[in-house]
Design a protein around this ligand. Structure first.
Ligand code: ADP
Length: 161
């Protein structure tokens, strides 16, 4: 049986921490869907289309990775699209409580759905999209935080905010 997993998130914008998790998932599973949350409540800095375009560019070398936008419940989306498991990156203890709650809720809503956690790369332990936005807003160098191929686009967009 082919295994399809989903890496869900806001990706507002994509960071090297995200790419690390997506790349590792792509090496372990047949098909990786990167689900970009169309989360209006979060008031994102990049539109869903922009976030999808940045992720697509940063993952072109990974043949089994597909980027999609989605709304609604992840438990429903995975059921409708034959996705076997959710793959998430776990940064620190502070991520754990929230992620544990999400995983148990998803399991309740869709008992066949598993959530797998990959330990983040120690190099990206501190990295989040909000850190990228804060550093860029203050004129800092974000080149070690985001994929090189989309660095200029991200910086341009954050500067114009
Ligand atoms: P954030 O806004 O905190 O960067 P997202 O909601 O976009 O996070 O994250 C999507 C997924 O990527 C989540 O599973 C999250 O745990 C994971 N992730 C985010 N940053 C990192 C990182 N630096 N290292 C590993 N995984 C990460």
């Amino acid at each position: 049986m082919k295994t399809t997993v989903i890496c869900p998130g806001s990706f507002d914008p994509v960071t090297l921490g995200h790419i690390d998790i997506i790349t590792r998932a792509s090496g372990m599973f047949d098909h990786v869907v990167v689900g970009v949350l169309n989360n209006l409540a979060k008031n994102p800095s990049f539109t869903t289309e922009e976030r999808i375009a940045l992720l697509s560019e940063a993952t072109t070398q990974l043949d089994n990775v597909e980027i999609v936008g989605f709304d609604g419940l992840l438990a429903d989306y995975t059921k409708q699209h034959g996705i076997n498991a959710i793959v998430k990156g776990l940064r620190a203890v502070s991520d754990f409580e929230y992620e544990f709650q999400q995983a148990l809720t998803n399991k309740k809503l869709n008992p066949e759905l598993e959530t797998l956690f990959l330990t983040c790369n120690s190099e990206y332990m501190y990295l989040s999209s909000s850190i990228v936005k804060q550093v860029a807003a203050l004129g800092g160098d974000i080149s070690s935080f985001v994929p090189e191929c989309v660095h200029d686009k991200i910086l341009e967009r954050l500067k114009s905010k």
